[in-house]
Ligand binder design. Structure first.
Ligand SMILES: [Zn+2]
Length: 223
């Protein structure tokens, strides 16, 4: 599994929310839709974490299949990894909401992200990549003893790494929370030239808010 395989696009599985976060860790946080209002959780078990990994482009098809199989054969391990996945998502959600709001994240949440990052780094190796070297992870299919030795937490590694990369290397003033029509709450990294992006998506929240404003204006004009 290379580290540069993330899709910049919208994800390849229509059963999951589109990838609008601009950073892998924020797309991971956005696996709950309407988190503030009417939360709909797209991660309901270990298989969802694996499928989302494929959706987000961090797992190839063969890797996805290997992890699904291994998860079925080792349900207790899969449940434990799922619990970690949800703890990580909660910590990242609170961390990046704080960052977006200009506040200071909770040290306990930073510790939780750090713990997952250290696990990920422990499994990574340095390999030539780009102009220099990069952290990379071997594809599960390249590993011996596929089933017994397979780390079920593979999908979490690039997420933890992405979170630390954003926190340590990105412009944090570009981490934003979509206001939607008072209800969205999705997080994204604003890569627009003037840092002027307001919505998770222009077609979604952007147009919804415009429509509300238009409706309010026409109603005000009528009275
Ligand atoms: Zn939104």
């Amino acid at each position: 599994m290379g580290t540069n395989r993330q899709h910049r696009g919208r994800g390849n599985d229509p059963a999951f929310p589109r990838l609008l976060g601009g950073r892998l860790c924020l797309d991971y946080v956005n696996t709950i839709e309407s988190p503030r209002d009417r939360p709909q959780d797209f991660l309901r078990g270990y298989p969802d974490v694996v499928r989302w990994g494929r959706h987000a482009g961090v797992l190839a098809d063969a890797e996805t299949a290997a992890l699904m199989q291994a998860g079925e054969r080792r349900p207790q391990d899969a449940t434990a990894v799922f619990a970690r996945a949800i703890v990580l998502r909660g910590a990242l959600t609170r961390i990046f909401r704080s960052v977006a709001g200009g506040g200071a994240p909770d040290p306990g949440d930073l510790d939780a992200a750090r713990a997952e990052y250290l696990i990920a780094l422990d499994r990574a190796r340095l390999a030539p990549g780009g102009d220099g070297f990069a952290w990379t992870w071997d594809a599960p299919s390249a590993r011996p003893a596929l089933d017994l030795g397979l780390d079920l937490d593979i999908p979490l590694w690039p997420v933890a790494r992405s979170a630390v990369d954003v926190l340590t290397g990105d412009d944090l003033s570009r981490v934003k929370e979509c206001p939607g029509a008072d209800d969205c709450g999705w997080l994204f990294y604003d890569t627009s030239k003037n840092a002027s992006r307001r919505w998770c998506s222009m077609e979604g929240c952007g147009s919804r808010v415009k429509m509300r404003h238009h409706y309010a204006r026409t109603r005000a004009g009528a009275t």
